[in-house]
Design a protein around this ligand. Sequence first.
Ligand code: SF4
Length: 221
Amino acid sequence: MAVPQPLKTIAARVTACEKCPRLRDYCHSIAQTKKKAYLHENYWGKPVPGWGAPDATLFVLGLAPGAHGANRTGRMVTGDRSGDWLYRAMFRAGYANQSKSVGPGDGLELIRAYVTCLAKCAPPENLPNKREFELCAPYWHQELEALPQIRVILALGRLAFEAVLKKFGQKKQAFRHGLEVGLPGGLHLIASYHPSQQNTFTGVLTESAFDAVFERAKLLS
Ligand code: SF4
């Protein structure tokens, strides 16, 4: 399916964005120094736009690109352990055509789903600051608005969950995996633990618990 103009325009704006000097410097520097396993690769090193199906009913919202994941591949939540977990679960739920996620050219396509993050640049310590989140928020808001068939927002982690509540003028709630919140316009917000190694290696997030939120998303969309 062709990518509609608004999404293309947003992606072009994101890719050229230089609003956060700290993050831009960090992404450039990581792209130069690289990681031993990827020394032979050309890192993307630019802000990473979201990607997925223009007829998406599910909007997956993560935190930020990984320094050696999406900052390397140029495709959101790809090329690292978080991406492995995410796309395996999306494949099991029917939201992806394959479980393998390496980077552009690997044949992965999303089915009625779109994946993006609160911040489009890889941050030091995996955490953008408050100002950087604020500067980047218009991009995921615009992506959401450019996808008219979205019914469910799946927030990966507490920060994404709280950002969605704020955007829709909802009062703050305690984060809990699997929590569902009704949003204006018939949208549904589902909270999920982020599939970061910190959660998956420790058993905080299991594959069955991750599958459960995608199954709920399917039912609600
Ligand atoms: S994090 Fe967002 S706002 Fe900041 S430079 Fe990257 S794309 Fe621009």
